[in-house]
Design a protein around this ligand. Structure first.
Ligand SMILES: Cc1ncc(COP(=O)(O)O)c(C=O)c1O
Length: 421
C-alpha cells in the first residue's frame, strides 16, 4: 500500500521551501531549452516571458470576480476582449476571458445550448456534430451539459467529411463545430462550408481556434494563405482562441468570443435565489485570477500587431524547415497538408511508439503518438524549439537509422502523455 501523507504540522523556513521546490523540479522537462516539441508550453522569447511574469506578480492578489473592486482588471479584460474581436473581424460581438481553451469551449457550448432552448424549443435530445479530429474539450463540455456528441470520421485529407456529416444531421442537431486548425494534423476544417450548412438549418456554429486564433491573423497579414475561419464567415456564432497559446500570455487565459452581443444573455449565469443576493458570472469560475488577465493585457500591449507579425514569421520559418526536412528522412512523411504550425508525421514501416521512445531517450519530451493513424505530433508552439530544431532533426535521423538497423532497446515507458495520467 502506498504511504499517505499527513498535513504538515509546522511551517518551513522560506529557504527550505525554495530548496524543496527546486529539488522537486529536477525531473521537469527543460522547456526553455526547447526539449518539448509540440505540447504544453508556448514561448515567444525572454522579453515576452518577463513582461508576463512581472504583470502576474503586480496583480497576483486581484480577483476578477470582483470587477467593481478591481477596475484595472475590468479595463484589461474589456480591452483584451475588444482587441481580440477586432482581430477576428467581430466588431459588434462580445468576448470574455476564461481560464483556457477547455473553458472557452464549455462556455460556447453552454451558450449554444441555452440559445437553442429558446430558438429550437422542439428539440428534446440536443446533439452536437463534430469531426473526429475535434479536441476532447467538446465531449467534456457535452458531458457536463447533457448533450449528445456525434463524431464523424474525417476524409483522407483529415478535413471534415461533409457528406457524412450531412447524413448524420437531424432535427435534434443544435451545434456544429470545426477546428482552425485541428490539434493533431494541423489542417483547418472547411469553416465556410460548415457554417453555411449550419446557418441554413438554424444550427449554432463554433470555430475552435484555440490553437490558431492568435497566430492565423498575423500569418495572414504576413501574406500566407490561411483558410477563412473567423467572424468574416457568415454563420460563425462563437470562437474559442487561447491567449496562453499563440497569444503568448501566461497559462490560464483564453478568449471565448460571440458574433453578436445578443448571445450574452445565454452566456451568463445570473442567480438570485440564495441569501446573499444577485450573483452573476460570465464564465465557469467564481473567483478567478485577475493576474492572468493583467498579464494577457501586458503581453498584447508589449507586442502589438507588429510584434505578433514578427513572431509569426519566425514560427513560419521553423515550420518550413520541418515540412521540408522531415520527408527527406528515410521512411518518414508528413500527414495531410498542415496549414499552420502544428503537424504530424508517420513512418511507412516503423512503429510510431518506437520513434517516440527513441526521441524520448535522446531527451525530447515526446507525447504518446496519435493512434489512428499512428503519428508523432509536432508543433512549433515555442520559439525555444526553434532554437534547437536542427538538433531535433539530427536526433530524429539517428533514431530512424538506429531503428532501421534493428535497435530494440528504446524504453517506451519514457513516452509522455497528453493529459494528467
Ligand atoms: C484545437 C484545440 N482546442 C482546444 C484545446 C484545449 O485547450 P486547453 O488545453 O487550453 O484547455 C486545445 C489544446 O491544445 C486544442 O489544441
Amino acid at each position: 500500500m502506498t504511504k499517505k501523507m499527513t498535513f504538515p504540522q509546522k511551517g518551513l523556513e522560506e529557504a527550505a521551501i525554495w530548496q524543496a521546490m527546486e529539488c522537486a523540479r529536477q525531473g521537469d522537462v527543460d522547456w526553455r531549452a526547447g526539449r518539448l516539441p509540440g505540447f504544453y508550453v508556448h514561448f515567444a522569447n525572454d522579453d515576452v516571458d518577463r513582461i508576463g511574469k512581472i504583470a502576474l506578480e503586480k496583480f497576483h492578489a486581484t480577483n476578477a470576480l470582483g470587477l467593481s473592486a478591481f477596475p484595472s482588471i475590468k479595463k484589461f479584460e474589456s480591452e483584451v476582449a475588444e482587441w481580440a474581436l477586432s482581430l477576428f473581424h467581430g466588431v459588434g460581438g462580445v468576448a470574455s476571458i476564461t481560464s483556457g481553451g477547455t473553458e472557452s469551449i464549455f462556455i460556447a457550448m453552454k451558450t449554444a445550448r441555452e440559445w437553442a432552448k429558446v430558438t429550437r424549443p422542439e428539440v428534446t435530445k440536443p446533439k452536437m456534430l463534430i469531426s473526429h479530429s475535434a479536441h476532447p474539450a467538446f465531449d467534456k463540455a457535452a458531458k457536463y451539459l447533457g448533450l449528445e456528441v456525434v463524431r464523424i470520421m474525417p476524409r483522407d485529407d483529415f478535413k471534415t467529411d461533409i457528406a457524412a456529416l450531412k447524413a448524420a444531421l437531424d432535427e435534434q442537431t443544435i451545434i456544429m463545430a470545426g477546428s482552425a486548425p485541428q490539434f493533431t494534423m494541423g489542417v483547418f476544417d472547411q469553416i465556410e462550408e460548415l457554417a453555411a450548412l449550419a446557418s441554413e438549418r438554424n444550427i449554432w456554429f463554433h470555430t475552435d481556434a484555440c490553437v490558431g486564433g492568435f497566430l492565423s491573423p498575423f500569418a495572414e497579414q504576413n501574406g500566407h494563405q490561411i483558410p477563412l475561419w473567423d467572424f468574416r464567415v457568415k454563420g460563425v456564432k462563437s470562437i474559442s482562441a487561447d491567449l496562453h497559446k499563440y497569444g503568448f500570455a501566461p497559462k490560464g487565459a483564453s478568449i471565448v468570443a460571440f458574433s453578436d452581443a445578443e448571445y450574452q444573455q445565454y452566456q451568463v449565469f445570473d442567480f438570485n435565489n440564495w441569501s446573499r443576493g444577485r450573483y452573476v458570472t460570465s464564465t465557469f469560475a467564481g473567483t478567478r485570477s485577475g493576474a492572468n488577465i493583467a498579464a494577457s493585457w501586458a503581453v498584447m500591449r508589449f507586442l502589438g500587431n507588429e510584434g505578433y507579425c514578427k513572431i509569426a514569421e519566425q514560427i513560419w520559418t521553423i515550420r518550413e524547415t520541418l515540412m521540408r526536412e522531415i520527408p527527406t528522412i528515410e521512411d518518414l512523411f508528413v500527414y495531410g497538408d498542415p496549414e499552420l504550425t502544428v503537424m504530424s508525421y508517420g513512418s511507412k514501416s516503423l512503429d510510431a511508439a518506437d520513434i517516440a521512445a527513441g526521441l524520448a531517450a535522446k531527451g525530447w519530451h515526446t507525447v504518446a503518438p496519435s493512434l489512428n493513424p499512428p503519428a508523432i505530433n509536432l508543433g512549433i508552439l515555442s520559439l525555444a524549439f526553434g532554437e534547437v530544431v536542427e538538433a531535433y532533426l539530427t536526433d530524429l535521423r539517428d533514431v530512424i537509422a538506429q531503428l532501421n538497423a534493428g535497435e530494440k532497446s528504446f524504453d517506451r515507458s519514457l513516452i509522455g502523455t497528453y493529459g494528467t495520467k
